[in-house]
Design a protein around this ligand. Sequence first.
Ligand SMILES: O=C(CO)COP(=O)(O)O
Length: 151
Amino acid sequence: MNIALIAHDRKKGDLVRFVTAYLPVFEKHSLFATGTTGKRIQEATGLKVHRFQSGPLGGDQEIGAMIAKNEMDLVIFFRDPLTAQPHEPDITALMRLCDVYNVPLATNMGTAEVLIRGLASGAMDWRHLLQGKRLEGLLDKEKGNGKRDGT
Ligand SMILES: O=C(CO)COP(=O)(O)O
């Protein structure tokens, strides 16, 4: 599964501790993160993390683009509800896309616990069905392109 990890500055320590606690789960999946969050997680855990731009520079939007392409299976986003963010519209857009595409989203540690335990016990295997569809879609597209190219 593809998992997005994002945390605002005052929540980064919590996310690093969370990922460390569930290391055996996270190391079985592909991890993506906004810039600074990803760096902190990599440094603390040694996990391989694909890092996008920092959140205020477009990282939330890059993760949103993956959601819109059905390439993200789970989002863990430890938001700071007590601090105004300069890129609030990007944050809202990311969460909205999770709802549009039915992507499980945890915005706090309590929900993240439930999601990660669910992930570990196979409760998210239904996402594989979508991944199958994703693959079919890509193959169909390739076939279509082939026809147009005359190849
Ligand atoms: O701002 C963020 C999410 O909205 C997080 O970005 P960083 O991980 O780069 O700090």
